[in-house]
Ligand binder design. Structure first.
Ligand SMILES: [Zn+2]
Length: 108
């Protein structure tokens, strides 16, 4: 399916936080598996980011699937974004991690 067509369909979806419609330039297509498409969206109005999973079939309006509630959207919007330092921290942690999950949970 044509990506421009997908983006045009997604502009019918509104931001989960403020209800503003998305613009095609704020939609980034991550990939798809058959009719299930994954998209990154950015709201130009409230500046929140979202991950959208949508079932898109030709001739039908897209069915959006997300496991985030409006409240969760709002709370993630307030939280700090993940930076390079966070990724490095996890990388170092996994390098040193010996796989002992009980120790990790303080029960070892
Ligand atoms: Zn918004």
């Amino acid at each position: 399916m044509d990506e421009r067509f997908i983006k045009r369909l997604i502009t019918n979806i509104r931001c989960g936080v403020c209800g503003h419609p998305y613009n095609p330039e704020n939609i980034n297509i991550l990939g798809h598996s058959n009719d299930l498409w994954f998209l990154n969206v950015f709201c130009p109005n409230c500046h929140s980011y979202g991950l959208v999973a949508a079932v898109i079939k030709e001739g039908k309006s897209p069915e959006v699937i997300t496991d985030l509630s409006r409240e969760e959207y709002a709370s993630f919007k307030e939280s700090a974004s993940i930076g390079a330092d966070d990724v490095l921290d996890i990388h170092e942690f996994l390098d040193n991690f010996n796989g002992d999950i009980l120790h990790l949970l303080g029960e070892g």
